[in-house]
Design a protein around this ligand. Structure first.
Ligand code: UDX
Ligand code: UDX
Length: 415
C-alpha cells in the first residue's frame, strides 16, 4: 500500500521504517527541514537502536510538502501531543496537521484512511480531527475513512515492539476504515482488537497510567521495605511469580520519566478533573513519583553535607538505551542539588548533548571522573554502570545496579 506518515519523531519514524520493511511504499512528512535533511542522508534524528540501519535499507520519500501524499491509501498522523503548562494535552500540532490533511483530501479523488497514532485524550479523533478533515467538503465514513490506532512502543526497543506487538488496537470510525487499517498489521500476526475511536484512545491512557501505577505501587512498597530493612527486589520477585501480578514494571527506585507516562497521566488527570471527577489513584501515583527524588536526596544527606560537595551523577536519560531526557528524573535532582549548593559532575553514554541544553552550568565528564566525586548517584541503569569499580565510594543507587553494592557506603533508594 502507499502509506504516508506525518511527523517523524519516535512514533512516526519507527512506524515508517517498519512499514517499509513490511513492503509498503512510504512517504514521510515533517515540518522540520533539518530533520528532513538528516533523514535524506540516512541519519536518524533520534537515538534508537537499529533505526539508522533500517533507514539505510528502506527507500523512504521524506518531504515537507503535503502535496506528495496525494496518492496515499493510508495516512498516519504521528505528530507530538505535548502537555501545556497547566497539565492539559496540547492539540496544537494535531490541529495544524489535520488542517493540512484537509487540503490534501479536498483535491484527492480516491478513498484513503486517516489513522490517528498520536496519543490523544478520549474524544479527540471524533470531536477534533474529523470536523477539521471534513472542512475539505468530504465526509468521514463515505469519502475517506478514519481510525485511531494507538502505539505501544517503548523507546530503546521501539523497532522490536513495532514488529512484535502484543496486540493491535484499531478504533474504527466505520468497518471499511477498520478493514483497511487492519491490512497494515495483518502480517505481524498479533491479535487485533477492533473497537471505536474513543475506546481505543482510552485503552492507550489506561495502559500507560496502569504501568505508571504499577511503578508507583512498587515504589511505595519499596519505601516501606527500606524502613523495615527488607529487600524490595526480593519482594517483587515473590510477587511477580504470580501471573495475575506479573514480574514486569516492578523495578522500584527513582520512578518513571519519559515522553509518555508522565504526560499521559497528567493529561488524563486534567481532563477528568475538568469534568468534575477527582482521580484519587492517579493523583497519588503522580505525587509518589514526584517524591522519590526527594527521598533519594534525603539518603544522600545522611552521608555528606551537600553545600560545597561534588556530587557525581551516573545517567541523565530517562531510561537506558536512549538519549531522551524528557521528564528524566535527573532534571529534578540536578535542580535540587544545585539549589543546595552542590557542584555536579555528570556522565551519560547518550544524553549529554540534550542535557547540556537545559543545564550548561554543570560539568560533563567521563564515568571515571564521576566516580571521583564526594558521592555518586545512579540515576539511569545503563549496562556499562555494571562494570565500574565502586570500591571505596559513597553510592546512592536510584536504580539497583548490584555491582555498586561493593561501595564503601551503599544506599539503595527502596532497598
Ligand atoms: C509521539 C506521539 O505523537 C505522542 O502523541 C505520543 O504520546 C508519544 O509519541 P513523538 O513521536 O515522541 O510523539 O514526538 P516527537 O519526537 O516530538 O515527534 C513529532 C514530530 O512531528 C516531529 O518531528 C515534528 O517536527 C513533527 N511535526 C510536529 C510535524 O510534522 N507537524 C506539526 O505540525 C508538528
Ligand atoms: C512507555 C510504555 O512502556 C509504552 O508502551 C508506551 O507506548 C510509551 O510509554 P517508554 O516511555 O519508552 O514507554 O518507557 P518505559 O520502558 O515504559 O519506561 C518508562 C519509565 O518508567 C522510565 O523512566 C523507567 O525508568 C521507569 N520504570 C520502568 C521504572 O521506574 N520501573 C519499572 O519497573 C519500569
Amino acid at each position: 500500500m502507499n502509506v504516508s506518515v506525518i511527523g517523524c519523531g519516535y512514533v512516526g519514524l519507527v512506524a515508517a521504517v517498519c512499514l517499509a520493511k513490511l513492503g509498503h511504499r512510504i512517504t514521510l512528512v515533517d515540518v522540520d527541514e533539518q530533520k528532513i535533511e538528516m533523514l535524506n542522508n540516512c541519519q536518524a534524528p533520534i537515538h534508537e537502536p537499529d533505526v539508522e540501519e533500517a533507514l539505510s535499507q528502506s527507500d523512504l520519500e521524506v518531504t515537507s510538502d503535503y502535496d506528495c501524499i496525494s496518492n496515499s491509501d493510508l495516512i498516519l498522523l504521528c505528530v507530538s501531543t505535548p502537555t501545556t503548562d497547566d497539565g492539559f494535552i496540547s492539540l496544537e500540532y494535531i490541529t495544524q496537521a489535520s488542517e493540512q490533511l484537509a487540503q490534501v483530501l479536498k483535491k484527492k479523488l480516491d478513498y484513503c484512511v486517516v489513522v490517528v497514532k498520536s496519543t490523544v485524550v478520549p474524544g479527540t479523533t471524533t470531536d477534533v480531527v474529523i470536523p477539521i478533515l471534513e472542512k475539505s467538503g468530504k465526509k468521514a465514513g463515505i469519502d475517506f475513512g478514519v481510525c485511531m490506532v494507538p502505539e505501544f512502543l517503548a523507546e530503546g526497543k521501539a523497532i522490536y515492539d513495532f514488529m512484535n506487538p502484543m496486540r493491535i488496537v484499531i478504533g474504527e470510525y466505520d468497518t471499511r476504515s477498520g478493514d483497511m487499517a487492519s491490512q497494515l498489521y495483518q502480517s505481524l500476526g498479533a491479535p487485533i482488537l477492533r473497537t471505536n475511536p474513543i475506546t481505543a484512545e482510552m485503552i492507550k491512557y489506561a495502559s500507560n497510567t496502569f504501568l505508571a501505577t504499577k511503578i508507583s505501587f512498587i515504589n511505595e512498597i519499596g519505601n516501606i521495605c527500606k524502613l523495615l530493612g527488607i529487600d524490595t527486589y526480593e519482594v517483587a520477585r515473590g510477587m511477580g511469580a504470580d501471573d495475575r501480578i506479573g514480574s514486569k514494571f516492578l523495578n522500584a527506585g527513582l520512578g518513571f520519566g519519559g515522553s509518555c507516562l508522565p504526560k499521559d497521566i497528567k493529561a488524563l488527570i486534567s481532563r477528568v478533573k475538568q469534568m468534575g471527577y477527582e482521580p484519587r489513584i492517579l493523583e497519588e501515583v503522580w505525587n509518589l513519583n514526584e517524591h522519590q527524588g526527594a527521598n533519594l536526596v534525603a539518603l544522600l544527606k545522611k552521608h555528606i553535607l551537600l553545600k560545597g560537595s561534588t556530587v557525581g551523577l551516573l545517567g541523565l536519560a530517562f531510561k537506558p538505551e536512549t538519549d531522551d531526557i524528557r521528564e528524566s528524573r535527573a532534571i529534578r535532582l540536578v535542580k535540587v542539588l544545585l539549589k543546595e549548593g552542590a557542584t555536579i559532575r555528570a556522565y551519560d553514554p547518550a544524553a549529554v548533548e540534550n542535557f547540556k541544553c537545559l543545564f550548561p552550568q554543570i560539568e560533563y565528564v567521563s564515568s571515571q571522573k564521576v566516580l571521583a566525586s564526594d558521592a555518586i548517584i545512579i540515576v539511569t541503569e545503563w549496562e556499562e554502570f555494571s562494570h565500574l569499580d565502586y570500591r571505596g565510594k559513597i553510592v546512592i543507587d536510584g536504580r539497583r545496579v548490584p555491582k555498586a553494592m561493593e561501595a564503601k557506603v551503599y544506599e539503595g533508594l527502596c532497598w
